[in-house]
Design a protein around this ligand. Structure first.
Ligand code: GLN
Length: 547
């Protein structure tokens, strides 16, 4: 049976709770334990799939097709454990489940209440698969004191109470602000935050305190005394130059030791941190630098393309270069020449996205990359834009476009080279969709196989002709145009196993131009960079030598 670690936050949001959880998971693995990480989000959306990336950052997709919080991306990147549908839940999902049960009559006429019905639903979720791993880490989204969070805090309190003593611990993340004028680190917000936790029956075993600098002994002792934790369980989380140093930094601070102590595990198995030492060495000692432009729409919020930025960093690590990413707003050159905005980059990446805004700029970016032989990676919408560019400017289909934009505008303007996907095969089932369907959870989601053409660049990059990658899209390149586009040199080098859905396109006479309908960034890890990102950065490095 798993031991449980519950991770909560206080004082302010965005303290890096997800990162701390992921790093702790990695440290427990380094000591030989198996782990699973889970996120419990108090918001009322059923899942983040329908939220704007401006609001919530990237939507992370699992192999089994769940649209989840971006923290699950951190969990996967640090532990390599593929997340599942059952690793992410929100109040919206919990209440949906409870209300469906109520409608079915499962509660046998009882009055349905937050305690026990909602809390039981949360507890059931937490315990899924508890016999599979040594440690289950459950992060509660938001901060203590949030109204929506209360049922979750109550549920973990009950959960720990139901378990034998010593099987659950609580880790609380807070902020220690530094007041310049007095030159002091302030512990009061943390004291208040812990007081708030204790008022709902939760006592933290470990305090992780975000601070700009080290925490002096005096403040540590004060925190320990006032918050009722051991002094060696007050862990400083200092700002780091790279998130990939977090496992080493937390280890230096004694986090994993404090956690094992809190469970009474002694002697603790020794950690093997070689993987993270190598990762830190690669990130802090690059031998060169490449500049990559990400031409997108959600460029004000970097979290919107979190996994892509991380996957590029991983590609840089395997090539021993620093990848400096610049965010270029595609809308800037919707109507203008793209060249002044794109000159000087060693590679161009057009990421996924939804809606028409900025797409003319993305098409121009693909054209610029094709004509100037700049390495190009198009992901999902970025592949669709590359195909539309080829259709318009090479195959002569002047009206080529995506049905997505016609549907959005409510009128027909384009020849649908990219069309609305009505049915596809998943396992041994056919999935069907209509244009007016609900928006939530209805895309082609999760892992699907693809077959790569022998001798293609992608087969070479992957070192295989069979791959499995994660998808999240409603529209698809129409195979009707395949022959015409292939004659022009755009090869459909990856297809769904039944040959009906284009998965990858590549320009034959180009140093590196690949568009993929799936999201390779979701599977990249710092210790195992995704082959496409590895090779894309290699191509950028080569381009940088030519400049
Ligand atoms: N909007 C496009 C579609 O639904 C692309 C989606 C994406 O880039 N994730 O097909």
């Amino acid at each position: 049976m798993a031991r449980f670690i519950f991770i909560t936050g206080g004082v302010v949001s965005s303290l890096g709770k997800g990162l701390a959880s992921a790093a702790l998971g990695a440290l427990l693995q380094a000591r030989g334990y198996s782990v699973r990480l889970r996120k419990l989000d108090p918001y009322l959306n059923v899942d983040p799939g329908t939220m704007s990336p401006f609001e919530h950052g990237e939507v992370f997709v699992t192999d089994d097709g769940a649209e989840t919080d971006l923290d699950l991306g951190h969990y996967e990147r640090f532990t390599g454990v593929p997340a599942r549908k059952t690793d992410s839940i929100s109040s919206g999902r919990i209440y949906t489940n409870v209300l469906e049960k109520e409608r079915r009559g499962d509660y046998l006429g009882k009055t349905i209440q937050v305690i026990p019905h909602v809390t039981n639903e949360i507890k059931d979720f937490i315990s899924i698969g508890e016999d599979e791993v040594d440690f289950m880490l459950c992060e509660i989204g938001g901060t203590v004191g949030d109204i929506e969070g209360l049922p979750f805090f109550e549920a973990i309190r009950q959960f720990a109470q139901d378990k034998p003593r010593g099987e659950c611990i609580f880790m609380h993340l807070t902020l220690l602000p530094y007041i310049k004028a007095s030159g002091e680190l302030k512990t009061k917000p943390t004291q208040h935050s812990v007081k708030e936790l204790r008022s709902i029956g939760l006592a933290p075993d470990i305090l992780v305190c975000r601070s700009e600098g080290p925490i002096p002994v005096k403040e540590r002792e004060k925190l320990a005394l006032f918050c009722n934790v051991r002094a060696d369980s007050v862990i400083a989380a200092q700002d780091l130059k790279s998130i990939y140093e977090a496992p080493l930094a937390y280890h230096r601070e004694g986090l994993d030791q404090a956690v094992l102590d809190a469970f009474g595990i002694a002697p603790a198995p020794k950690p093997n941190l070689e993987r993270w030492e190598d990762v830190a060495d690669r990130i802090y000692n690059p031998e060169g630098e490449v500049k990559v432009a990400i031409v997108g729409k959600y460029t004000q919020l970097e979290d919107a393309y979190k996994s892509i930025a991380e996957a590029l960093t991983h590609g840089g690590m395997s090539n021993r270069v620093k990848v400096s990413i610049e965010w270029v707003d595609a809308e800037l050159f919707d109507k203008e020449d793209a060249a002044p905005y794109l000159q000087g980059y060693h590679a161009i990446l057009v990421p996924g996205g939804f809606g028409e805004r900025g797409t003319e700029g993305k098409i121009k970016a693909a054209q610029y990359a094709r004509e100037n032989k700049v390495p190009y990676l198009g992901i999902c919408l970025g592949m669709q834009m590359a195909v539309i560019e080829a259709a318009r400017n090479v195959a002569g289909i002047a009206e080529a476009g995506s049905e997505e934009f016609d549907h959005e505008a409510g009128k027909k303007r384009f020849e649908p080279v990219v069309y609305h996907l009505k049915e596809w095969v998943q396992g041994n089932m056919t999935v069907e969709r209509k244009v007016g369907d609900d928006k939530g959870g209805t895309m082609r989601l999760g892992a699907y196989d693809a077959t790569l053409a022998e001798g293609s660049r992608v087969a070479d990059v992957y070192g295989s002709t069979h791959i499995e990658e994660r998808h999240r899209h409603r529209y698809e390149v129409d195979t009707k145009y395949r022959e015409q586009l292939e004659k022009c040199g755009l090869s459909f080098s990856g297809m769904s196993p039944d040959g009906r859905l284009p998965e990858i396109v590549e320009w034959k006479d180009h140093p590196w131009f690949i568009g993929v309908q799936f999201h390779p960034e979701l599977k990249s890890k710092p210790f195992a960079p995704h082959p496409l990102f590895d090779d894309f950065v290699r191509a950028a490095k080569e381009a940088s030598r030519l400049v």
